[in-house]
Design a protein around this ligand. Structure first.
Ligand code: DX5
Ligand code: ZN
Length: 217
């Protein structure tokens, strides 16, 4: 399938968020990636359903929520109501991942599971049938602008093999330290969706940067 680019609003300037969203949307962004952080699962805090509901009025793009929160099962309904099309939670943050994946699908959203760098792909074997997306973290979650962990390439290849054999419609997303130096290598390894925060919003012209990365894929 065509490779997708999901700019992460974590690195956007919220004082002019409407312009920033319009910019990447006009440049052909496929999804908007929304990082929800609670200050517990990760050492940083961002936004909740209220802000996402307000952003929803600014763009028809797919809202790709990445929940970095403890007990995500308590909040998936609120994020769905706020307008998230895809909801991805961390395997490490909940005891009942299989149940939560099913619940997110019942709510009419696409269900994703994210894994931190220390969690092996093996942990996905018994839930892969219920996943619409697997998010392989290529940094420790919490902050933008961190260094890409090279072991991610091998994990992507393992995820690709698991998904091709068991649930070929499931997408693979990579998040953290993605940019021109590794984007093509990641898609060659089997990634479907590239999340990019600082690469895009740290550029002087985010739209032009998005187009430039797209041309490399
Ligand atoms: C980090 C977030 C990422 C973040 C990536 O925990 O999940 O989505 O925005 O930022 P970059 O692309 O700057 O590494
Ligand atoms: Zn993210």
């Amino acid at each position: 399938m065509a490779k997708l680019i999901a700019p992460s609003l974590l690195s956007a300037d919220f004082a002019r968020i409407a312009d920033q969203i319009a910019d990447v949307q006009n440049a052909g962004a496929d999804w908007l990636h929304l990082d929800v952080m609670d200050g517990r699962f990760v050492p940083n805090i961002t936004w909740g359903p209220k802000i996402i509901g307000d952003l929803r009025k600014l763009s028809p793009l797919v809202f790709d929520a990445h929940l970095m929160i403890e007990e995500p099962e308590r909040y998936v309904e609120d994020f769905r109501e706020a307008g998230c099309d895809r909801i991805t939670f961390h395997l490490e943050a909940t005891t009942h991942a299989q149940r939560l994946l099913t619940r997110i699908r019942e709510l009419g959203a696409k269900a994703g599971v994210a894994i931190c760098p220390q969690t092996p792909i093996l942990m996905l074997e018994d839930i892969i049938d219920e996943c619409d997306l697997v998010l392989v973290m290529s940094v420790n979650p919490g902050f933008g602008g961190q260094k890409f962990i090279p072991r991610t390439f091998e994990k992507v290849r393992q995820a690709r093999a698991l998904i091709d054999g068991r649930n070929p419609l499931c997408l693979i997303e990579v998040d953290g330290g993605v940019g021109e130096r590794n984007a093509r290598e990641l898609t060659d390894a089997g990634v479907d969706v590239l999340v990019m925060g600082s690469t895009i919003f740290g550029a002087s012209d985010p739209g032009a940067e998005l187009r430039r990365i797209r041309s490399l894929l």
